[in-house]
Design a protein around this ligand. Sequence first.
Ligand code: FES
Ligand SMILES: [Fe+2]
Length: 475
Amino acid sequence: MNVIPLRSMGAYGFEVTKPAPGTSSVGKPSYADIVGGDNQPVPLILQPSGQPVEVEGLISFDRYIDPKFVDLEVEHLWNKQWQIACREEDIPNVGDRLTYDIVDSSFIIVRSAPDEIKAFYNSCPHRGRRLCDHAENRDDFRCPFHAWTWNLDGGLAWVPGEEDFPSVSKEHHALQEVRVGRWGGNVFINPDPDAVEFKKSLGPIPAMFADHPMEERYTVLHLRKQVRCNWKLTQEAFMEGYHVLETHWDGMPFFGSAYSQYDNWDDGDSHVNRLVTPSVAPDMWVQDSVTPFESARQFCATMGLPLPSFEDIHTVAQAREWCAVQRRQALEAESGHNLSDKPHSYFLDMTKAFVFPNHHPWWGEALAWWYRFLPVGRDTDLSMMEVRITARIPKGQSAPPSPTPIDLGPDDRTCDCEALGVVGHILDQDMSNLVEIQKGLKAAKPDKAFMTLARYQESNIRHFHNVYNKLLGIS
Ligand code: FES
Ligand SMILES: [Fe+2]
């Protein structure tokens, strides 16, 4: 592909300003310029954090390939941090339960009362059998080995031949509970009783999503894709837009990835960052060959929206207005909700937040997704990427239960999954790199086995590793 040099930005129809600290210094115009061109209030989540981008330190490759990091992650992340276990609509009815498995640990997540969710260690107090191995509904917990039984609140209900177990008591043989936190229809757990209060671990996230309530959304599609690389690498592929030039080159006419804005918010208790990429702004690399009209035309064609006419679209601001209005009207017709108070950015710009260590809620209707990245057992070379496509619960209805997840193995192509539409194609582009990154890390010359990260465009990855280093005690 030919790389086209930067040109003057007159076609954008608004003034281009010098990026302020904490905003893009790479793409011109900056994201702030583009969203400013909409001439609308900028939602909280799209505003810069004002926190400096972290730049110091090396990230060595061994954390992705050396099994000793599996143990370190268990000790310092999975046993200590708040982590997302499921969505509430996965267990809509009292008695619904599923398992959340992480490395060697397993937890049962259960709806124990209409508005109560509990979590327990998934291990029988008798002789240790896992109590639950698949999603199901029951009004108790009954061990499949010898039938010991507990109530939904974890209290011991029945021990066959109880007289033979003089040491068994309700007090000591209840199921062992784990802390649960709920926000935005998401269920989190934390095995550490001394961990920071759940709300503190979310930091600014609830305020950022106040105008996009996740609890009013439901899972339309749930994909679980295994990938042959470390969970952190899979996650990092979705923490920067820098790879779009080479990996998703065909999206550049309408995804302005070079203008992406990256911010982080970290107060020591919460570790949050956010990436936002504008749509309907031809990327920096193609701006000389793609007009705003063409950008809008391609966006509408991809999204199944009415196409603009050539006479109406001369600037990016006009292109964005056309596309946002079409998208808003389509969503209003679908959901019955009035969305006229939402700015164009809500319908156009890909806004992905990140809550350490592995949850990525998306804001707005541009890409209304939800990500989680997990290790698979103790395998350093295998991970699970979960994508949920979410939608707002239609007016006057309650959330439908979650659909059965679509499970794809490491060799399955996401583009073969028809329900994903164009998303499948985009994910396959990402997957093609990931296997080769894991191999490439192992192939590196030992004294050069560390990353070279961009100061700005890869700052969300830097932020992740700054937190990771601190928690794991890596200097
Ligand atoms: S191991 Fe569970 S009842 Fe025996
Ligand atoms: Fe990608």
